[in-house]
Design a binder for this molecule. Structure first.
Ligand code: NAD
Length: 469
């Protein structure tokens, strides 16, 4: 993998009208040569990626700690191990996934062979965000490699430490003629998007997702958009508040709330709110101690810009738990807000930080109405001892993924598709879904050139079929 030279030398880059032309041309030539198609090549690249993850684990963990103050446990669990598992799964199943899938024939094609062939798209662009900068760069990369594509990876410029480490490590492990990295922010990405790609896989905000889709439309390039939004979490009266509080708090404050699938707000009755508050306080203290700022298990807000945005949201409703901030440290305490109005900013935008508003509703139906008058979320959670209630929420709503009585554990299963719906995205990946996302499914029918007599029936002049049969 090659890191775009223009980007290593930004001054040179600004003089150059198209710093990516050479990279794009080189990778297209490599794809046309057929180099990435054999299973052996794909497997070798996946093995190399697996080696990077194990041999350079410490460097990756250090970078994540620098960028997000991520604990080694969270880095392992949500970034490195998930990628490692994805590599292993792809290696184990590569030949099966690559196999043609036979298809049924009909009367006219009975003597032929019908099948779906999974062929690589060609040159794929992967653009990733800063919140899980290893996972969200390498997980799609695994799928793109397994499917036999050449790839340009554009990681987030905001998680600088990880961007630097990936730019240093990936070229040491992957074939540089087929895989490249481009570094930079919106301006650089805009230039890159002027080129034609065969597929664009984007993870980020709905706002930028629209920019990506508009750029892709100019070339009729298919896109996968993994976006975000506000994920509701319904808490029924019939549940144990401490169990719910443990699970909701862990998933809300994991990675300091900077998680696209984190429960964004809780919907519950006023009575349940009263029971949840002490339980949430107890969970937060147990997880992060009396002074969470000193906890090695709580991360930091990625930068001052996001810190200030989140600090502004603390003015919504009333702070019931937490609320402490330290700008120099980009620290925001695990916080719970109550008495929040639906019209306030904290209920209008994706929070993406360690703030959890509790919004009271009078009934399950009111909660479902509340959810359904908003954009379709990436994830939706329902907590209840009653499976009927959980199933009712599942039945009456729509979201990218769903968790009953737990948080986003569902995304650790490669047997499940991961992706959004509506405003939270389009397309899916993880495991075989990734392989399929990065493959063109080509419909093939192979027939014999003999037995022409059998075709007489289809040629003009047409007669009534029944007479000829
Ligand atoms: P973002 O949309 O600001 O940036 C994502 C990527 O797009 C970055 O690489 C960035 O450099 C690039 N970019 C930014 N502005 C651009 C522009 N104008 N033109 C072209 N490229 C541009 O997102 P972010 O702040 O990095 O990440 C947070 C968002 O991502 C949240 O909305 C979150 O929910 C979402 N997210 C979704 C998932 C998912 O799997 N669905 C995962 C993580 C994050």
């Amino acid at each position: 993998m090659l890191v775009s030279a223009a980007l290593c030398h930004p001054l040179h880059c600004s003089m150059d009208p198209d710093p990516h032309e050479d990279t794009v041309r080189r990778l297209r030539e490599a794809f046309s040569s057929g180099k990435t198609r054999p299973a052996e090549f794909r497997a070798a690249q996946l093995q190399a990626l697996g080696r990077l993850l194990s041999e350079r684990k410490q460097q990756l963990q250090d970078a994540l700690a620098r960028d997000l103050h991520k604990s080694a446990f969270e880095s392992d669990m949500s970034e490195i191990i998930l990628c490692q598992n994805e590599v292993n799964l792809a290696l184990k199943n590569l030949h099966t996934w690559m196999k043609d899938e036979p298809a049924a024939t009909n009367l006219f094609t009975k003597m032929g062979s019908a099948f779906t062939r999974k062929e690589p798209f060609g040159l794929v662009l992967i653009i990733s965000p800063w919140n899980y900068p290893v996972n969200l760069s390498l997980m799609p990369l695994v799928g793109a490699i397994a499917a036999g594509n050449c790839v340009i990876l554009k990681p987030s410029e905001i998680s600088k430490g990880t961007e630097k480490v990936l730019a240093e490590l990936l070229p040491q492990y992957l074939d540089q003629s087929c895989f490249a990295m481009v570094l930079g922010g919106p301006q650089e990405t805009g230039k890159l998007l002027e080129h034609k790609f065969d597929h664009i896989f984007f993870t980020g905000s709905p706002r930028v997702g629209k920019i990506i889709m508009a750029a892709a439309a100019k070339h009729l390039t298919p896109v996968t958009l993994e976006l975000g939004g506000k994920n509701p979490c319904y808490v029924d009266d019939d549940c144990d508040p401490q169990t719910v509080a443990n699970r909701v708090a862990w998933f809300r404050y994991f990675n300091t709330g900077q998680t696209c699938v984190a429960p964004d707000y809780v919907l519950c009755s006023p009575e349940m709110q009263e029971r949840l508050l002490p339980a949430l306080q107890s969970a937060i203290t147990r997880f992060y101690g009396d002074d969470p700022q000193t906890s090695p298990n709580l991360g930091r807000i990625i930068n001052q810009k996001h810190f200030k945005r989140l600090q502004g949201l603390l003015g919504c409703g009333r702070v019931a738990i937490g609320g402490q901030t330290d700008e120099r440290d980009c620290y925001i305490a695990p916080t719970v807000l109550v008495d929040v109005q639906e019209t306030e900013p904290v209920m209008q935008e994706e929070i993406f930080g360690p703030i959890l508003p509790l919004v009271t509703v009078r009934s399950l139906d009111e909660a479902i109405n509340f959810i359904n008058r908003r954009e379709k979320p990436l994830a939706l959670y329902a907590f209840s001892n009653s499976s009927q209630v959980v199933n009712h929420v599942l039945e009456c709503t729509s979201s990218g993924g769903f968790g009953g009585n737990d948080g986003f554990l569902y995304l650790t299963l490669p047997s499940l598709p991961f992706g959004g719906v509506g405003n939270s995205g389009m397309g899916r990946y993880h495991g075989k879904f990734s392989f399929d996302t990065f493959s063109h499914h080509r419909a093939c029918l192979l027939r014999s050139s003999g037995m022409e007599k059998l075709n007489e029936i289809r040629y003009p002049p047409y007669g009534p079929w029944s007479e000829q049969l």
